[in-house]
Every structure is written in structure tokens, then in C-alpha cells.
Design a protein around this ligand. Structure first.
Ligand code: HEC
Length: 398
């Protein structure tokens, strides 16, 4: 069972990455295209055909000449590609991954008793509820008068995401709170494709087939949602990789750290969107860089000092601590429920393995204090101090 989950984790994650690249790649490409195309020459045949913008590009040994019809071409082509499965499969594989990694192992991955003493089922309900609420609130805002003021709309959505990050960080483990903010954004993004962009395009096609002029409102709405999606991409990609960086999600104000990282992403994205139109607005990447620097400085470990060590620091003492606090998860056959291989490939069951990993152990146990994971094995500060003293004295195995 545990091995099956691990294997599913790997294959579904691989799939999620591939389809996610396809989707976000398409998003980057089309927003770039829209920002880069130029109107055809006045009086040209293209203009007469209703082309509103075109562009020449070279790629992979061929020349490409995409043309955009503002409303629709005079007649429908035989074959029309719909960009939608990139989005749907990204959400489906992402949700599957959420189930495999977090919901199937909720008491270890979703719940953190030092954050909130809630049950696994409750935590899962909060997680799924957050995804549904994200779409309902965002879609409501898009349909409200606020959406006519782009800047204010962006600010309100950002504030609401900050509130969600704060709320989730008060009930779920830091890592799970982050991934759920990401999943909320992902749900909004795929909702835009499934509920607005594609249905709008379908209506346009239906109108054209009936020989009527399509209603421009569908094109405008689709464009608006697709631009929102474009600004969501960098924040969501940060969140996807954030689970490797405990200094962010395990920070006491992890929600504020997340907000700064998302703001940096949006600002950098904005620079590129302006740049495609030929405007180099350097203040935006600068803001992004300053925000990243602030996060780097703020999340640097500022941990309380460890207590002084009583008695002699011997390897046997270290080995006993590691045997009691670490080996359940860090041996070739871990006894911790759900694990079938040494976590992160780190084995700590023999003296040679301990010595070999001394620096990494120091980093995890003394500097960041992320290990033991969630302090499930209840290591004490005195024991951390013993490990620190041993490594500082040269990590000798006698
Ligand atoms: C409940 C299970 C569990 C316990 C107990 C545990 N670990 Fe870990 N450890 C993990 C997991 C899971 C990872 C992988 C984390 C990741 O990839 O983000 C890990 C990763 C590590 C890493 C590699 C981190 C890196 O990226 O370099 C080290 C080193 C480590 N643990 C040391 C220890 C030490 C030392 C102890 C005991 C003081 C310990 N662990 C206790 C589960 C555990």
C-alpha cells in the first residue's frame, strides 16, 4: 500500500509537471503573442479579411506567421484546435497529487498539532472547501462592477489570497497551507478555462455557424480571464516547488512570506508583459528583487540558542539520540508508518552513515531544526545541543 502510493506519487507528479508545462507554456506564448502582434498595413488584404494583428517569427527551422482575428474569421476553418486539455489535465493530476500526498496521509502531512489540534477528516474538509470557495469568490468578483477597475480588482484578489494564506496557516501544517493556496489559484485558473473561456468561444462558434456575428463580449471576457491566469502563473509555480524549502513554509509568519513571494512573482510577470509591448519598466523586476531579498533576509534562521551540554559528548550518546529520534524514518527499512525507503535517501542506522551525513544532520537538526519531521519523535533541545557539540568537535565516530 505504502509503496503503491509512493509509485503513484512519482508517476502522477511527473504527469502533473509535463501537462503543467504544456499549459503554462501555452499561457506564456499566447499572452506574448497578443502583446507582440502588430496591426496589418492599412488597406492591405489582411486588413480587408478582418485580421487585427499579425507577427512573423522563426522557430525550429521554419517561418511562422500567426494572425489574430479580433472577433472571428469570415468563415470557420475545418479544423480548429481548442486549448483546453492542457488546463484540465493539469488540474486533474494536481488534485490527484493532493489526494495521494496530503489527503491519504492527512494526519502527518495536513495536520500539525502545534498549529491546530484538528482531525484528519476536518483538515481534508478545510482543504477541499478552500478550493470551492476560491472559485466562488473570485468568479463573483469578476462579475461584479469591481472587475471594471483592473488595478483595484488585482489588489482585492491579492488581499483575499493573503487572507486565505493566513487562514490556512492557522489550521493546516505550513507545507499544506502553501500547497492549498496554490491549489486555490490553480482551481481559479482552470475554472476560467472550463467555465468562461471555452464556453464563450463555443458560443462564438455557434453564432458563426448560424451565420450571425458573434457577440464581442465573449472575446473580451475570455481575454480578461486569460490575463488573470497569466499573472497567477509565477505565484503558482513558486508554490509548486515551495515544499522543498522549509525556511519559507515553516517560518512562524509563513503566510506573510508566501504573500511576499507571490507579490514578487506578479511584479516580475508584469515586467515581461510590458516588455512584450516594447516598454521596459525596470521598476517591476526591481520590486520583485527587493521583495525576494527581504524574504531571504527574513527567513534566515534566527533560532533561540540551544542549552549548554551537560557531561561528555561521545559518539555513543549521539548514536543513541539518532537511534531513538531519526532511524524510524532514516533506515533502509523504516518503521514509520507509510515509509518504505530512507527519507530523502538519508540513512542514519550505522556509524559510517551517521558520520557521512554529519553536516546535513547538523543543518537539519541544529540550524533549521526541521528534523525530526514535525518533531514527531520528540527530540529535546539538550539532544540537539549534543549533536551540535559532536559535529563541531569534528564528528568523530570513536
Ligand atoms: C517522521 C519521519 C522522520 C523523522 C523522525 C526524521 N526525518 Fe529526516 N526526513 C524525513 C523526510 C520526509 C525527509 C525529506 C524531506 C523533504 O524532502 O522535504 C527527511 C529529510 C532529512 C534530511 C535531508 C534533508 C536535505 O534536504 O538535505 C536529513 C539530513 C534528515 N532528514 C535528518 C534527520 C535527522 C538527523 C533526524 C533525527 C534527529 C530525522 N531526520 C528524523 C522524515 C523524517
Amino acid at each position: 500500500m505504502a509503496y503503491g502510493l509512493e509509485w503513484l506519487n512519482l508517476t502522477v507528479r511527473w504527469l502533473h509537471l509535463i501537462v503543467g508545462i504544456a499549459w503554462i507554456g501555452a499561457s506564456f506564448y499566447f499572452v506574448w503573442l497578443d502583446n507582440t502582434i502588430r496591426p496589418p498595413r492599412p488597406g492591405s488584404a489582411l486588413e480587408a479579411r478582418g485580421v487585427s494583428g499579425e507577427l512573423w517569427a522563426v522557430h525550429g527551422g521554419g517561418f511562422y506567421n500567426p494572425q489574430k482575428y479580433l472577433l472571428a474569421p469570415p468563415e470557420l476553418p475545418q479544423q480548429l484546435h481548442w486549448f483546453k486539455w492542457e488546463a484540465y489535465s493539469t488540474w486533474l493530476s494536481g488534485f490527484a497529487l493532493l489526494v495521494i500526498v496530503y489527503y491519504a496521509n492527512a494526519s502527518a502531512m495536513l495536520v500539525d498539532r502545534s498549529v491546530a489540534d484538528i482531525g484528519a477528516a476536518q483538515a481534508i474538509a478545510i482543504g477541499v472547501g478552500a478550493l470551492v470557495a476560491a472559485w466562488a469568490v473570485y468568479d463573483g468578483l469578476c462579475r461584479s462592477p469591481l472587475s471594471r477597475h483592473q488595478g483595484w480588482f488585482g489588489a482585492v484578489v491579492f488581499l483575499l489570497l493573503t487572507a486565505a494564506a493566513y487562514g490556512l496557516s492557522q489550521v493546516l501544517s505550513g507545507r499544506a497551507a502553501y500547497i492549498h493556496v496554490g491549489a486555490m489559484i490553480g482551481t481559479i485558473m482552470v475554472g476560467n478555462v472550463l467555465m468562461v473561456i471555452i464556453p464563450g468561444q463555443k458560443k462564438m462558434v455557434v453564432a458563426m455557424m448560424a451565420g450571425q456575428a458573434p457577440d464581442p463580449v465573449h472575446g473580451r471576457r475570455g481575454k480578461e480571464r486569460s490575463v488573470h491566469n497569466n499573472y497567477f502563473t509565477l505565484p503558482v509555480i513558486f508554490i509548486m516547488v515551495s515544499n522543498h524549502y522549509a525556511t519559507t513554509y515553516a517560518h512562524p509568519q509563513n503566510w506573510a512570506v508566501l504573500t511576499l513571494m507571490m507579490a514578487a512573482g506578479v511584479s516580475i510577470r508584469h515586467f515581461f508583459n510590458r516588455k512584450h509591448k516594447g516598454v521596459y519598466a525596470w521598476q517591476y523586476p526591481l520590486i520583485g528583487a527587493v521583495l525576494l531579498a527581504i524574504v531571504g533576509w527574513w527567513t534566515a534562521p534566527h533560532l533561540p540558542p540551544l542549552p549548554p551540554v551537560k557531561g561528555e559528548v561521545t559518539f555513543n550518546r549521539v548514536r543513541a539520540i539518532i537511534g531513538e529520534r531519526c532511524v524510524t524514518c532514516h533506515s533502509p527499512s523504516p518503521t514509520f508508518p507509510g515509509y518504505t525507503a530512507p527519507q530523502a535517501g538519508v540513512k542514519l542506522h550505522t556509524p559510517a552513515d551517521i558520520a557521512q551525513n554529519a553536516q546535513r544532520v547538523y543543518q537539519q537538526v541544529v540550524v533549521t531544526r526541521i528534523m525530526p519531521l514535525g518533531n514527531l519523535t520528540k527530540i529535546t533541545d539538550e539532544e540537539r545541543a549534543v549533536i551540535a557539540a559532536w559535529v563541531k568537535a569534528g564528528a568523530k565516530v570513536e
